[in-house]
Design a protein around this ligand. Structure first.
Ligand code: MOS
Length: 690
């Protein structure tokens, strides 16, 4: 990159520009956009996991006062193509997983729609299903690539010929987990003047439009997607799901009336993706001094029979530590389950749990401090690509964290600290997350009424885009933030890429900076009202020359009740290297949010799939446990003061996901230190500690 942007607004802890609207209830979420005389949609879902619908009797529902229509595969409007099977909704009686959409009721109120849905009688022709991932599953296969386009396998050296003095070889498992953003997935669909408008809760209005347009057989310009505010997504809103198509189909039969569809929390457990369960075999071989000679990471995960999604579980391991002999593989079984998808740091989050616990086990086997062991295996270049890192500051993160956390006073012997009924321990783990940049965004800047209108179809999923992107624009235009009027979240704005892979702010920011440069070039520093310029995100030649990753070090203290096995986490510290931090207030919120989700993953989150019926049993907040305030005591995130000269004009690398990577391992390692028990299966529930 040439010429990093001079930070003035960037780096300041500006409060959210949309904060006032949010806390006063005037920021509209998808379901809340005003609509005249809407109909409400309640989905019908399959009660079997595999087979077909034999017969649907909707008479009782249709006869109910206030019911406008009942849609099924028999009467739904036809879609244009079946090339996107997850979105092939109500087009056939075939059923590929329990909870699949088989119909919908349209009614005058949500209550009537829901009641009527319960009156629809369905007969099925049921087939045997298989929803259980097993290590020796007969259907395991190797995908061509893993999400989004990493090779599924990598081999360096000869892992079988090496003769390490110390070997750790273990199986680690992580469960199926579900994203539960505060705002459920919701869509309001309206047909008007030949244009379908979706007010949707999405991480990317344009990617939503591009995916649904061919399915609906519409030119993209005949679809508008609007999402100014989004109440969290964590990946689950990173693409269209079946309910978006259901809403569009419902709007087609609604006679011009808008239709509103909000999934219930329970429906979200079948319809909007989830983190695949994983079975991970990790082998680390080293000499007695802890220098690695072998690293293997073999992953088994699931996908659906509907569509393949292959999580990139082992990719973090490829980048993490030096070793001459290395192998990573991914194998999938296609089961009769919903399509898995992104969940915060898909790949790195479950994968680095395995690797970073294994590293802790190796340190124990070598009699080394785990920080020391990690430092001995720092690679000179990225082992995955052979490229130099744009900045690899893992060792500094570990050092800084150790000092602040008081690591030096730690007695490494497990079960060496006790406070009354509580066993106390501390643990450490590393984090890595790639700096993704997504090409394709465009931004437009216009001078209007003494301010700059900055227009780009970006998303704010609660991360702070409204604020941080305004800060970037202000620095790029050399003006106060108050002089920037940002517009995001609408396909009527210039094309923007998805808020995913921690790529959003970096990609949109680079685009806005380029548009500002063009604007200045054309109009100088004293523009006239109406002056306008636009630009696409420029190529970054450094992307081919450097491996760009963020790094982090997690420290956790745990207390485990000796009698009950209850785990408390009184203290967590994350130290991150993520390039320039555009807004410290928002970045801290992202990082401690990720760490909290890591704590949640370590101790609670587990979607329990019933093998007999094929559904998630604990599909609500009463039963699917998520870390709450009472779980989090002293949690802090800090970062190294740095900028990445190669990532983008801001020097940033993204902070949305790295907080969750490694934090579950730090807790598991602390639990081992407290109890002497090595838990290799998440979540770490009390039964595993007794
Ligand atoms: Mo993030 S899971 O890439 O939206």
């Amino acid at each position: 990159m040439t010429g990093l942007l001079r930070p003035r607004a960037m780096g300041t802890p500006l409060e959210r520009r949309d904060g006032w609207a949010k806390v006063t209830g005037t920021a509209p979420y998808a379901f809340e956009h005003p609509a005249s005389a809407p109909l409400y949609v309640h989905p019908l879902q399959s009660e079997i996991a595999r087979g077909r619908v034999k017969y649907i009797d909707a008479h009782a529902a249709e006869d109910l006062d206030g019911v406008a229509a009942v849609l099924t595969h028999e009467n739904a409007p036809r879609l244009a193509t079946d090339s996107d099977p997850e979105l092939w909704v109500l087009q056939s009686p075939e059923i590929a997983f329990r909870g699949q959409l088989i119909g919908a009721v349209l009614a005058e109120t949500p209550e009537i729609a829901r009641h009527a849905a319960g009156l629809v009688r369905v007969e099925y022709q049921q087939e045997r299903h298989d929803v259980v991932l097993r290590e020796n599953h007969e259907a395991l296969y190797a995908p061509d690539v893993v999400n989004p386009s990493f090779p599924a396998e990598t081999v360096d050296g000869d892992v079988d010929a090496a003769r390490p003095e110390v070997v750790v070889e273990q199986t680690y498992t992580t469960p199926m987990e579900h994203n539960n953003p505060m705002e459920p997935h919701a869509t309001m669909a309206t047909w008007s003047n030949g244009v379908l408008t979706l007010h949707d809760s999405t991480q990317g209005v344009h990617v939503m439009r591009s995916r649904i347009a061919p399915v609906l057989g519409l030119k993209p310009k005949r679809i508008r997607v609007v999402a100014p505010h989004v109440g969290g997504g964590f990946g689950s809103k990173g693409t269209a799901h079946a309910h978006n198509i259901l809403a569009a189909l419902a709007a087609q039969v609604a006679g011009g009336r808008p239709v509103k569809l909000a999934l219930t929390r329970q429906q979200m457990f079948a319809l909007v993706g989830y983190r695949t369960p994983t079975i991970q075999r990790v082998r680390l071989g080293a000499d007695r001094g802890g220098t690695l000679s072998v690293v293997t990471h073999d992953v088994i995960e699931q996908t659906s029979t509907v569509q393949e999604f292959a999580e990139q579980t082992a990719v973090g391991t490829r980048t993490m530590y030096a070793a001459p002999n290395r192998r990573t593989t991914h194998r999938l079984a296609a089961l009769d389950v919903p399509v898995p998808f992104w969940m915060r740091a898909p790949g790195e989050a479950p994968g680095m749990f395995a690797t970073e616990v294994a590293i802790d086990e190796l340190a124990e086997a070598c009699g080394l401090d785990p920080i020391d062991l990690r430092s001995r295996n720092e690679p000179a270049v990225d082992q995955a690509t052979g490229l130099p890192f744009s900045g690899r500051h893992l060792a500094e993160c570990l050092r800084e964290g150790a000092e602040r956390f008081g690591w030096a006073e730690r007695d490494p012997a497990p079960r060496s600290r006790r406070d009354g009924d509580w066993l106390v321990g501390t643990g450490v783990a590393s984090a890595t997350y790639p700096r993704h940049a997504m090409p394709g965004s465009t931004a437009a800047i216009r001078r209007h009424d003494g301010r700059y209108e900055v227009r780009i179809g970006a998303a704010d999923i609660g991360t702070g885009t409204w604020t941080a992107l305004s800060q970037i624009a202000a620095d790029a235009l050399d003006c106060p933030v108050d002089d920037v009027r940002l517009e995001i979240g609408d396909t009527d704005l210039p094309y923007a890429t998805v808020a995913g892979g921690s790529s959003g702010l970096g990609s949109w920011g680079a685009t806005v900076v380029e548009a500002a440069r063009r604007f200045r070039e054309k109009f100088g520093t004293d523009p006239d009202d109406g002056d306008e310029a636009d630009a696409a995100m420029p190529d970054n030649p450094d992307a081919q020359r450097y491996s760009m990753h963020s790094f982090g070090a997690h420290f956790a203290e745990v207390r485990v009740n000796a009698d009950t096995g209850e785990v408390r986490v009184p203290r967590m510290l994350g130290v991150f290297s993520a390039g320039r931090i555009v807004n410290p207030r928002l970045a801290r919120s992202q990082l401690i949010g990720g760490m909290t989700m890591g704590l949640s993953m370590a101790l609670h989150e587990h979607s329990v799939l019933d093998p007999q019926f094929g559904h998630v049993i604990n599909h609500d907040f009463a039963q699917y446990h998520i870390a709450a305030h009472a779980d989090v005591a002293d949690i802090e995130a800090i970062w190294l003061d740095e900028q990445d000269p190669h990532s983008n004009p801001m020097g940033s690398r993204g902070v949305g996901e790295i907080g969750i990577v490694g934090s579950p391992a730090a807790i598991a390692n602390a639990v081992h230190h407290a109890t002497g028990i090595r838990v290799r299966d998440l979540p770490i529930t009390p039964d595993k500690l007794l």
